[in-house]
Design a protein around this ligand. Structure first.
Ligand code: BG6
Length: 608
């Protein structure tokens, strides 16, 4: 996924575009570039982070009022100056920035080469600039973009300017997000709201198959075929501070420390303690319709998928509904059996992950009842699902997801209570869950207060290049998430496994050089986990245990112990994951990794 910014107005265009790119850098940081229409077309591009683009710009000023910019997550063509966006046509008059994948780029390139077009880059994107060049004669820039896109297969969010059309900025989306920022006498275009918030709160979300023509008069929206469409103006409901580091060295650490508040926000106004249930206004399903649900399929990617796995334990245990959890990228191409009695839940922090979006569309196409559990308000999954629950975690900038995970699990717990009380969960049992949920933020604060001790453990374990994470029951997905965090940001090979499954293979890896992280809280599986710890101990494996505070026995088996407060078995994952987030964070810092923008990753992947 990449980040795009466009602007038409009186502000100094290049600093504004570069500032916008910095706000979008979590979307990709392989290379970046700007293009300004200033009588001609001025383009400056650079491989690497936006800092190297700023160095190359070296404070130069460009007189133009119109420009586009791009930060890249490479799909086709390695990260270098030539493959950086914006890309141009043969005459160097058209500039285009693209987020997505042009699937028929090879065939289009062949056609264009046969017509004499010359290509500079290895990207799929460059064909678009040449297609627009080919369509321009006798058309406006908007019409030429529309005509060119009729030939294109694949996904795109694009911004286009042309030296011969000063005062016109064109955008179009099919598969990748694009938002218009409505200012006073100025108009913006961006991949999401982050670059817009410091200029305006008024935004228009382009839907699938739509485009916009921005000029001095403002903006007009159309289908890509050219039909005019009316769009509502929405409002960005978060503050600029929320996308600042607030004194923390990294967004990830800030977001880990935000979790007491974000878990509270996820349940605010939804938890009905006395009734022992939860109300979720966005479901738009009557109690009878909810009772008619015979099966739930949760689909997601990455960390959101692991949250889904915890949801499976909760929903089956407390609502007695059969649940399957599916990797969205597999689910969308499998031939799943779905009907309206199946509730398909798409979980996505960004609401833009291509595989999750496609899985949602496929589920709807097959007649399932669909809903979303999403963080980004106005995102495509949220708008297309048409029902669901916002997790209210606020903007998550760190590429490795943390606060969104605990808020997703909190919302799954609320959904479990709501569905459970309609079926099998007694008021008393519901009340017990509600009481414990309300106590969780305080318990997370207690764990965060222990961060220095976790840092110390990370200092001692920083040299290990392989880790095993083990847990049972709902702590198995926590083991998976802990391992993922270490992979994502510290580049350490780590595997999560059900603790008992260790004996059927991974135990072969264990010796004094293989640290094993056990999630060994005092819950229903405790005794079994202790046995697994003995088995690792017997092979001289180094053990780090996440344990319930006050557990004296565990010290006899573990080299390192990180205590977490006791809680209801249902909610142990919401506590046991926090030390694993911090461990990965401090390991990454010790290993001098780029915590907020780890190599090769992006905040959400809008391409297949
Ligand atoms: C990856 C992110 O690209 O996408 C992960 O790096 C994230 O942190 C995953 O969990 C899924 O993203 P989303 O937005 O659909 O939850």
């Amino acid at each position: 996924m990449c980040g795009i910014v466009g602007y038409l107005g009186d502000k100094d265009v290049v600093p504004l575009l570069v500032r916008g790119l910095e706000r979008l850098e979590y979307r990709g940081y392989d290379s970046s570039g700007v293009a300004v229409v200033d009588g001609g077309l001025s383009i400056v591009k650079s491989v690497g982070k936006i800092k190297s683009l700023k160095d190359r710009l070296d404070g130069r000023r460009f007189p133009g009022r119109l420009g586009i910019a791009h930060t890249r997550w490479a799909t086709h063509g390695e990260p270098n100056d030539v493959n950086a966006h914006p890309h141009t046509d043969c005459k160097g008059k058209i500039a285009l920035a693209h987020n997505g994948v042009i699937e028929n780029h090879a065939a289009l390139k062949k056609l264009l080469l046969a017509e004499g077009h010359r290509f500079e880059s290895e990207t799929d994107t460059e064909v678009l600039a040449h297609l627009i060049e080919r369509s321009l004669p006798g058309r406006t820039l908007g019409e030429a973009v529309s005509a060119a896109l009729q030939l294109v297969e694949g996904t795109y969010g694009i911004a286009v300017v042309s030296a011969d059309h000063p005062g016109t900025l064109v955008g179009a989306r099919h598969g990748s997000p694009l938002v218009i920022g409505v200012g006073d006498g100025e108009t913006f275009l961006a991949s999401d709201g982050a670059p817009l918030r410091e200029h305006t709160q008024r935004v228009v979300y382009l839907d699938e198959g739509e485009m916009v023509v921005i000029d001095e008069a403002g903006y007009r929206t159309f289908t890509i075929e050219g039909e005019a469409v009316d769009k509502q103006v929405d409002e960005l409901n978060w503050d600029l501070e929320q996308i600042e580091k607030a004194g923390f060295p990294h967004f990830m650490l800030k977001e880990i420390h935000e979790q007491p508040d974000t878990v509270r926000n996820a349940m605010r106004g939804r938890l009905l303690r006395e009734e022992g249930t939860a109300k979720l206004g966005g479901l738009n399903l009557s109690d009878d319709e909810l009772r008619d649900i015979r099966r739930i399929v949760i689909t997601a990617c990455g960390t959101s998928y692991y949250a889904g796995l915890i949801g499976e334990y909760l929903l089956e245990e407390y609502a007695r509904i059969p649940v399957e959890v599916e990797y969205a990228s597999e689910f969308r191409y499998r031939n799943p059996i779905l009907d309206e009695g199946t509730l398909v839940i798409a979980i996505s922090q960004s609401g833009e992950t291509a595989d999750t979006l496609a899985a949602l569309r496929e589920a709807r196409r097959r007649g399932a009842t669909v809903m979303g559990i999403v963080n980004v308000v106005g995102s495509t999954v949220a708008r297309e699902a048409g029902r669901g629950v916002y997790i209210h975690a606020g903007p998550e900038i760190g590429v490795a997801s943390t606060k969104a995970f605990t808020s997703q699990v909190t919302v799954l717990a609320l959904l479990t209570m709501h569905l459970g009380r309609l079926r099998v969960l007694s008021q008393a049992a519901g009340r017990a869950l509600a009481t414990e949920l309300e106590a969780l933020p305080g318990k997370i604060e207690k764990i965060l207060a222990g961060a220095p001790a976790i840092k110390e453990i990370a200092v001692q374990m920083q040299h290990h290049d392989n880790f095993l994470y083990l847990g049972r029951g709902p702590n198995f997905p926590v083991a998976l998430e802990g391992a993922l965090k270490l992979k994502e940001i510290a580049y350490v090979h780590a595997e999560g496994y059900p603790a008992a499954e260790m004996k059927h293979g991974p135990i072969a890896l264990i010796d004094e050089n293989m640290p094993v992280v056990f999630i060994a809280t005092r819950d229903a599986a405790y005794e079994k986990v202790m046995t697994n710890m003995q088995e690792v101990r017997a092979r001289r494996g180094k053990i780090l245990a996440i344990a319930t505070e006050g557990d004296a026995d565990i010290h006899a088996l573990a080299d390192y112990v990180i205590p977490v407060p006791a809680t209801h078995d249902a909610f142990v994952p919401l506590l046991s994951v926090v030390p694993l987030q911090l461990l990965a964070y401090y390991m990454a810092v010790q290993r001098n990794c780029d915590v907020d923008q780890p190599r090769n990753l992006a905040k959400s992947v809008t391409v297949e």
